[in-house]
Design a protein around this ligand. Structure first.
Ligand code: NAD
Length: 446
């Protein structure tokens, strides 16, 4: 009999872990337990399906229980929730949707049960039918609600990544959309001067955007949802989305006595091993190492989850991979306006004691004489003493992703800010300029 590898959670980290375990050990018995009905789905695509940009629901379902069995010989139990782990006996206790109690014996366990949506303490919220945007079930419920009830208005609480992407989707569905955000500006991981690009685009598209607006009470009246803010403003809506962040879902991990770190996720080492023998963890559940500072952080992003799942799956199956950490490189857009970032913000760099400086540059994505240049605003953060690149934020339309990815790569490779001015980029008029925006931001910093 092969080694029994049990994976809890079958989405970004879990499905990757199971597939990598299979590639590492052909004889292992690999099983995935997933509490929802779907495995290996593209949750980042959910807002684009709600907004009818992605037409095919099936295209979001990358694998299913049948295809994972056929392609990887992995057994998948959907609608099966792991509820307790006994690490001494190496047993996971689970319950399925027929209320049956099941037990699974393991040799190696990989926890990939992710994060859960934070529901803020809003008085009356438990009496309201609201939606979150995380699973295929959430997506289907929103789609069905729109089709059945033909709502005219929607309110999104939270102007982070999910709030922005979902507000665009609901606008595409023809709804009048209001977004309320407790903090002074949208996209709080970005500087206000960078997120302004998306703010302006949302306002010009007719989204009502209310910052510094914390919702404290909710109730139903005549089939409408009424929201009240701390300042006494009221909002009336037909459909309510809550997108106020996520936190690691650590309840199951606690039953096994796994160490929980200082920022609230499961603590793992670079091999994705937890504090308990033969239990690995990966994805939104775990704390990650910030590549720049070495500190543990939370970064619920699909890229790190995939990479961590790969490392956990390989090592659980007897391989030897290490995960270096993350730069939290991310991008978000509303219509054709987008913002991307990598590494530390200026505020974080100061907090961590760097001799932090930043430059602002604004240059076209390709030469100005070629039709339709689009300007890219870059905020580059670096340590003046050492030249270490600490982070960057950028906003614009076309080419933002390429510049942030270059800077992310430069940080990963340990280049200095001075070397940014010297990198060779491909160039012809439709694609760039002899001096790329990244070259220029490096030169300005020098
Ligand atoms: P988020 O942390 O990005 O944003 C949550 C927002 O809600 C914040 O701006 C916060 O200030 C606000 N908020 C909190 N409580 C509030 C209240 N009571 N009233 C009004 N506003 C309130 O979280 P999210 O948008 O839910 O996304 C979850 C995670 O998923 C993110 O951390 C992100 O990393 C990830 N994600 C990434 C992408 C991407 O990379 N494109 C897309 C979707 C999700």
């Amino acid at each position: 009999m092969g080694k029994r590898i049990l994976v809890i959670g079958g989405v970004a980290a879990g499905a990757t872990a199971a597939a990598k375990a299979r590639r590492t050990d052909e004889t292992a018995e690999i099983t995935i337990l997933e509490k929802n009905g779907y495995v290996s789905f593209a949750n980042c695509g959910i807002p684009y399906y709600i907004g009818n940009v992605i037409k095919s629901r099936n295209s979001l379902l990358l694998q299913n229980a049948k295809s994972l069995k056929k392609r990887y010989n992995i057994d998948v139990f959907t609608h099966t929730e792991a509820i307790r782990i006994d690490p001494d006996k190496k047993i996971v206790f689970a319950k399925n949707n027929s209320d049956e109690n099941l037990t699974f014996q393991y040799d190696k366990l990989i926890l990939c049960n992710g994060a859960k949506t934070i529901i803020p303490p809003i008085d009356g919220i438990s009496e309201i039918d609201y939606f979150t945007v995380r699973s295929i079930e959430d997506m289907d419920s929103i789609k069905d609600f729109i089709e059945e009830h033909k709502p005219e208005s929607a309110c999104v609480i939270g102007a982070g990544y999910i709030g922005i992407e979902t507000s665009e989707a609901l606008m595409h569905c023809g709804l009048e959309v209001t977004v309320v955000e407790a903090l002074p500006h949208i996209l709080p991981t970005f500087s206000p001067e960078v997120s302004l690009k998306i703010y302006e685009k949302m306002v010009s598209c007719g989204i009502t955007l209310k910052t510094e607006t914390k919702i404290v009470k909710a109730y139903k009246q005549d089939n409408k949802i009424i929201l009240l803010s701390e300042k006494g403003e009221s909002f009336t809506t037909d459909l309510l989305i809550i997108a106020t962040g996520v936190k690691p879902d650590i309840e199951l991990a606690k039953t096994a006595g796994l160490e929980i770190g200082s920022v609230g996720g499961v603590r793992v080492n670079s091999r994705m091993e937890t504090s308990v023998a033969d239990i690995y963890a990966a994805g939104d559940l775990v704390e990650k190492k910030d590549i720049i500072t070495g500190n543990y952080i939370l970064a619920p992003l699909a890229g790190p989850a995939n990479r961590e799942g790969r490392v956990a799956g390989c090592n659980a199956a007897g391989g030897n991979l290490e995960y270096k950490g993350t730069l939290r490189t991310a991008i978000v857009s509303f219509e054709n306006a987008c913002c991307a970032q990598t590494g530390l913000s200026y505020k974080e760099a100061i907090k961590f004691g760097y001799d932090a400086h930043f430059t602002y540059t604004e240059d076209p994505n390709h030469v100005e004489y070629y039709p339709d240049p689009k300007y890219i605003f870059i905020k580059l953060i670096f340590d003046k003493k050492t030249g270490k690149i600490l982070g960057a934020e950028a906003s614009g339309e076309n080419g933002v992703e390429r510049r942030i990815d270059i800077i992310s790569t430069a940080i990963f490779a340990g280049l200095t800010v001075y070397e940014l001015g010297e990198i060779d980029f491909c160039y012809s008029p439709p694609y760039g300029a002899a001096k790329d925006p990244v070259n220029i931001s490096g030169l300005v910093a020098t």
